[in-house]
Design a protein around this ligand. Structure first.
Ligand code: PLP
Length: 261
């Protein structure tokens, strides 16, 4: 459904998943479905199908930097989503991208590893460097429970833990934080801390393993923000949309479901 946003350009920085179930091609599908023109910078090429990841090939930071400068010389971005970074030096590229764009919506999905446990951010990456690069420069960061543990340095296993982690991440990064708790209990609960208040988005838990939920959520929130919605409205709307999208996800291979919209 192409609506009125076509003249707006959104950038995603992410890895390539050949199934299009996560990463850059999923982000571009989301942008396009919401009526935006999407462009992307690839940080890594994964070798995977719907059932497994065989290998992750991190691109060198020079290639990532050069993709950015070449695009940036030509295009104006109306919003940016940051996903899988790969090499730890790509944190510097992210720092530069965010510094160049102080006043457009930016959503950070702090991808550390796939849900199957494959590392997608270089092991040696220091959380303090990551936080420093995004400090005060993003509209939202969207960690899942494991990512919230990495960023906050605390166990995140309960709804109270999610609140504590969201507040701590906000305090350190000066970026509003939405901790997603899809795997928390029998209900799916996401907790947003915007710097002053907590918001809670709760849905029925769907019994369906879908690949790329973090990417889908973050890129959908970016679309709403770029369309002018407030942070709380964007999070609430995206949280509802992902629920519908999970219901319509398809199973094209032998592994997990893939978003199809
Ligand atoms: N981004 C890319 C490029 C990936 O390949 C993956 C996982 O394979 C993810 C993000 C995270 O997806 P998920 O959490 O569904 O494993």
């Amino acid at each position: 459904m192409i609506k009125i946003m076509l003249e707006k350009t959104l950038l995603t920085v992410a890895g390539f998943d050949p199934t299009s179930g996560a990463g850059i091609t999923l982000d571009l599908r989301v942008f396009n479905s919401q009526g935006f023109y999407g462009v992307g910078i690839i940080t890594a090429v994964t070798e995977q199908n719907t059932a497994l990841i065989n290998k992750v090939n991190f691109l060198s930071p020079d290639i990532v930097q050069n993709q950015y400068s070449t695009l940036h010389n030509d295009l104006k971005f109306d919003g940016i989503k940051i996903g899988m970074l790969g090499k730890k030096q790509n944190i510097n590229v992210i720092h530069d991208i965010l510094q160049d764009h102080p006043s457009i919506p930016v959503v950070i999905d702090p991808v550390i590893e796939s849900s199957s446990g494959t590392r997608l951010l270089e092991e040696a990456t220091a959380v303090s460097d990551y936080i420093q690069a995004i400090k005060s420069r993003a509209s939202l960061i969207t960690p899942n429970l494991a990512e919230a543990e990495w960023l906050s340095g605390r166990t995140v296993a309960t709804e109270k833990d999610m609140q504590t982690a969201a507040e701590k991440i906000y305090t350190e990064a000066q970026v509003p934080c939405l901790v997603t708790g899809g795997h928390l209990t029998s209900r799916s609960i996401d907790i947003l801390f915007d710097g002053s208040d907590f918001f809670r988005f709760e849905k029925d838990k769907l019994d369906k393993e879908v690949h790329g939920t973090g990417c889908f959520l973050a890129s959908t929130i970016l679309c709403y923000l770029a369309a002018g919605d407030s942070l709380v409205r964007a999070c609430r709307a995206a949280s509802g949309l992902i629920h519908t999208a999970i219901k319509s996800a398809i199973s094209p291979g032998c592994g997990r479901h893939i978003f199809f919209f």
